[in-house]
Design a protein around this ligand. Structure first.
Ligand SMILES: NC(=O)c1ccc[n+]([C@@H]2O[C@H](COP(=O)([O-])OP(=O)(O)OC[C@H]3O[C@@H](n4cnc5c(N)ncnc54)[C@H](O)[C@@H]3O)[C@@H](O)[C@H]2O)c1
Length: 286
């Protein structure tokens, strides 16, 4: 159901690759809620992804950009203001990539050139985006900027690798820039910490199927889907959340507040009753 929550609002959406992408779902939902916006991704993603289809569906202009390039980002904001007829009200950063993850380098044997690239693409690009927007005065007062994060910023999760460090930096940038942007322009900056979601980036994480099963069992409300993430993001782009800023907002069915759940305990107990050698010498009653 649509509520016209973004009627009259203009925006920029970075990071929709295909119809599984979180940014794709947010774009569809923003369109349904009455927003007009441009969409951006790298030239490579434009060649191999399906962004044309989304752009046609949402009447959105595509602006190619590598989000690590200040020149490309400047062009995205300039062209968006031209096409949309003025400053924007919301910006979505839904970008992440790690060559260490892709090349299966483990955290204690990283390639540090890849590591710097992970940081640049997945976190520093958010700072670059905010800096370009603020210098160009490209966002209207009371606008809203969001990036998508993950709980590996706070907790260590097997296999998430250097992306954990990128997410910690991403969330810190939201707080540091959020203070300045809020003080000077009443613009809010937040991150949404989303459940594991079966997208191209998500599925690249080591042990992803097991992780999704674990978080599903641990979360009282179950994993949050990409569509549900889109619903939440719409509220944060809307005028209903004008005093929410500098926050990392968990959108994870309750996972972040859990230590152990009945469903996870049952699964764990089942595996230790198999009397495997690794049962630490406890009986399940312990
Ligand atoms: N899928 C999950 O489990 C999950 C969970 C929490 C957070 N997130 C985050 O959500 C965001 C979106 O990822 P997704 O899961 O929708 O996967 P996705 O693969 O659909 O999206 C990642 C996007 O980043 C873009 N990208 C990569 N390098 C770029 C660059 N240099 N410049 C511009 N864009 C670039 C890709 O082209 C792609 O569109 C990422 O920040 C990801 O870390 C994902």
């Amino acid at each position: 159901m649509a509520y016209n929550l973004l009627k009259g609002k203009k925006g920029i959406i970075f990071g929709a690759l295909d119809n599984k992408s979180i940014a794709w779902k947010i774009a569809e939902r923003a369109y349904d809620e009455g927003a007009v916006f441009t969409v951006s991704n790298t030239p490579t993603a434009l060649r191999f992804g399906e962004l044309d289809e989304l752009a046609a569906k949402c009447n959105a202009t595509i602006i190619p950009a590598d989000a690590t390039s200040m020149a490309d980002l400047t062009n995205v904001f300039e062209t968006s203001m031209d096409v949309l007829g003025g400053k924007v009200d919301f910006v979505l950063h839904s970008i992440g990539m790690s060559l260490n993850v892709r090349k299966k380098k483990v955290y204690n044997d990283l390639n540090h050139d890849f590591y710097a690239k992970t940081m640049d693409i997945s976190a520093v690009s958010f700072h670059k985006m905010l800096q370009v927007a603020s210098k160009m005065d490209a966002i209207n007062d009371w606008g809203s900027v969001l990036a998508i994060s993950y709980i590996a910023a706070q907790r260590t999760l097997y296999g998430y690798n250097d992306m954990a460090d990128a997410k910690a930096l991403l969330e810190s940038i939201a707080r540091s820039f959020g203070y300045i942007y809020g003080r000077e322009k009443k613009i809010r900056v937040n991150t949404i910490s989303q459940s594991p979601t079966p997208t191209t980036a998500g599925s690249g994480v080591k042990g992803f199927t097991g992780l999704m099963d674990f978080t599903e069992r641990m979360s009282p409300l179950g994993n949050a889907t990409a569509d549900e993430c889109a619903d939440y993001c719409i509220t944060l782009f809307s005028d209903l959340t004008r005093k929410v800023t500098m926050q990392n907002l968990f959108h994870d069915g309750g996972f972040s507040s859990m230590g152990m759940s009945l469903k996870a305990m049952e699964m764990y107990n089942r595996s230790i009753t198999c009397n495997c050698e690794d049962n630490m010498g406890f009986s399940i009653e312990d």
